[in-house]
Design a protein around this ligand. Structure first.
Ligand code: EPU
Length: 311
């Protein structure tokens, strides 16, 4: 048997074991990832599953760990660059009613991990809860936003988190407090391994008109300063004391193109897919930007976008 056939046999066998868990989710093979990311690039995942509750998710993860099969959790794919060779292993996409529910209690909002940030901000507005306005234009889910400690307009999501329910690294489900999560600027140590299942957020009593006005102001600012093309938001974290976008702008890199990938003319920290980009184009452009910023300004840029998969 060729190496490829052995690999395919292994994939089929593992897919069979996932199906044998007897749960309700479908197990898909060779699933295209490009439509599942905002960049719109990348190859296929060997196996793709969509658990609809925490028990299904825990069972999938347990099996992957037992068999030493790599797994990745994806939300909306808005901070993700999947390489052109696709993903060896299992991609887990939590979705469905359980993961997408929102329950409001006073100024507290309880959300499943697959709730979109736009929906969370919208629900807060509906109930006149202030503190969530900045989430309005961030194109991710609660789970992904917690993992990244996503932010905008001077706020970040951990500022409104009360508790997070996680599937922990030891396979146990438990509630943790923000201070146990190891969150930092655009990152969260605990959620590199643990998986967010749901979260309780806490806001303040507000006035609906003021909240709506603030959201509109943020949206106007975003539309004026950020591109509407396919992208993954800011590609790089801001180095301490600098804006990565401004550095890239000052070095004259806006408009720089590799294949279908281009440094946005609107914001230097965005790489946009102007049509037909390959992941390799984006990765090459990232390399060029990092080199230019290192040589020109002596600063090492760190990617904020998560890069996964095979070349
Ligand atoms: N600037 C330029 N040229 C550019 C881009 C920015 O001169 O091409 C200047 C702006 O004029 C401003 C300063 O740099 O004076 C900062 O720019 P901006 O307000 O756009 O903020 P940023 O630091 O570039 C951060 C977040 C964004 C978030 C915005 C708005 C990071 C890496 N980025 O960008 O988050 O939307 O603030 O609050 O922290 C993301 O994380 O994916 C993201 C888009």
């Amino acid at each position: 048997m060729t190496a490829e056939k052995i690999q395919q046999t292994k994939i089929d066998e593992f897919a069979g074991r996932l199906k044998a868990l007897g749960e309700n989710f479908a197990v898909k093979l060779n699933e295209p990832m490009a439509p599942r990311t905002t960049f719109g690039v990348g190859g296929n995942a060997d196996i793709f599953v969509e658990p609809s509750n925490e028990d299904e998710l825990a069972a999938i993860v347990r099996l992957c760990r037992e068999d030493n099969v790599k797994y990745y959790i994806i939300g909306r794919g808005s901070n993700l660059l999947v390489k052109d060779g696709g993903i060896r292993g299992v991609v887990i996409h939590p979705c469905g009613e359980w993961f997408e529910r929102i329950v409001v209690n006073g100024v507290e909002i309880d959300c499943g991990a697959a709730v979109r940030l736009k929906a969370l901000a919208g629900e807060a507005l509906k109930h006149s809860i202030s503190g969530f306005e900045f989430l309005e234009g961030i194109p991710g889910t609660v789970g992904g936003a917690l993992r990244m400690n996503a932010g905008a307009m001077g706020m970040e999501i951990f500022q409104v988190v009360k508790q997070i329910k996680v599937l922990d690294s030891d396979g146990e489900v438990r509630w943790i407090f923000p201070q146990e999560a190891g969150f930092k600027y655009r990152g969260c140590e605990r959620l590199k391994v643990a998986i967010a299942l749901e979260a309780k957020f806490s806001g303040r009593c507000g006035e609906k008109e003021k909240i709506a006005k603030q959201m509109e102001e943020f949206a106007v600012k975003r539309r004026a300063t950020q591109p509407q093309w396919r992208s993954a938001g800011c590609v790089f974290k801001n180095p301490a004391g600098y804006s990565a976008g401004k550095l890239i702008d000052e070095l004259g890199l806006k408009g720089k193109k590799v294949g279908g990938a281009m440094v946005s003319e609107e914001h230097g920290n965005f790489i946009i897919n102007v049509g037909g980009a390959k992941a390799a184009d984006i990765i090459e452009l990232i390399k060029i930007i990092k080199n230019e910023v290192r040589t020109g300004r002596g600063i090492e840029l760190d990617t904020e976008v998560e890069i996964i998969g095979e070349d």
